[in-house]
Design a protein around this ligand. Sequence first.
Ligand code: HEM
Length: 455
Amino acid sequence: MQIQKNFQGKDTESNIKNKPLPPGSFGLPLIGETIALAWDIHSFYRQRLKKYGPVFKTHLFGKPVIVFIGPEAFTFFLNQEYFTREDGNPQPVRELLDWDALPLLDGEEHRRRKRLILQAFTPQAFDKYIPVMEQNAAYYLERWEKLGSFTWLNEYRKMCASLSNALFVGRSPGSESEAVGKIMDTFIKGFSAVPINLGFNGYGKALKSRDWLLSYLDRAIAQHQEQPQQDILGVLLAARGDDGSTLTEDQLRREVLHLFFAAYSGFYVALTLLSLTLAQHPEIMARARQEVNQYAADGALNMEKLQKLVYLEQITKEIRRFYPINAATFFAKVKTDCEYKDFRIPKGWGAVAGIHTTMHMPQVFSEPESFKPCRFAPEQFATLPPNSYVPQGGGAKDGHRCPGEDMITVLLKVMAVHLLRRYTWELLPQNLEFNRDLFPTPRDGLKVRFGIYSP
Ligand code: HEM
């Protein structure tokens, strides 16, 4: 019999078997609590945290699952001795990712691929992407100036489809990007659809969109092989590991599929929240504008200039803490019987960590329901407990943490600079409640009046 130590190194397997399971409910037979999760993913985790505390059991996608919330529980969940992502995710997530991508892997192969992919997300690489971001911003800012009033979420969707198409596969803005954006929207809806493929329903359409996107990427890979380019696909085609290994063509197309739609949705959601925040907090907008005037009043941007924008950085961090973007990490599977806080964590069960709920724990973030960028002043940020600020996952960069983390910071700063150099905007009367989408945004899509700023 294998003897297991717990994470505090004090218990044996037979002792673990005698421990109670965490509190919680398995819900209805067969479907468990899956419908409640699909109905409103953020409320699902919030309500159960309130009822059961930071570690609870539930039943999702046909499997018992333990949920971990808060910095300490999150750290435990990241321990690879006890948890693996392999076979951890529900079948529809795996099928939508075409059965093979970073969130579905673990161990050596995950680390190898992740390190190759991270080669496209270095500060040197960002210096190449920043001009693309600026060109895209200039095109859309001119359009918005002419429009005067518009629904920003729709506009950001178009802009971010065009931006991801340019950054990943080197395409110039145009109608093709808008069509690709619509296909990505249909694909993304598949993650919260009833997972039955009837062809014409939400899940069926999402799978067709996945196949369309894969063949679009196949064509882009073939073109890049003929004529090497400097975009993300170009960097990934050229990426080499320490041992000389590369991504095979099959791995590349699937990884880029994930990066491509994650970037598109991450970009437009984060930018919509940036515009909302600045409109709702005139004092924050004024201070950010002052910083832009001081360090980036004109001229092309680069990483060196962006690094001086310390207050903007705090705003971008608080946006990702404050708003309900991701409710939880991808799913994992318990590798071996273990215990946490005197609860039994059984081998074979699913596991997941709460993201938004972890970042709203008052023990770590005082007045968590207030929007306060100052909580991310560099000296305060440095004192946060490990895995308390986890908008894009926790742990090491070559673990399951989001590879797009720094890219979002860069994009938000670039866009904020271009907005604040010249423009101002105000919210029009509308419903600002958040919808129940996978990544929630204001119900009416953020209607604004937009114009030139005059001091
Ligand atoms: C505000 C924007 C974004 C947020 C909030 C976000 C959030 C997350 C979260 C919570 C995870 C899961 C971490 C885990 O399971 O432990 C993740 C993983 C991932 N994200 Fe993002 N993300 C964003 C933008 C991006 C962008 C721009 C990209 C691509 C450039 C991207 C690509 C990925 C990938 C590939 C993974 C899987 C990593 C792995 O399993 O190793 N994300 N992200």
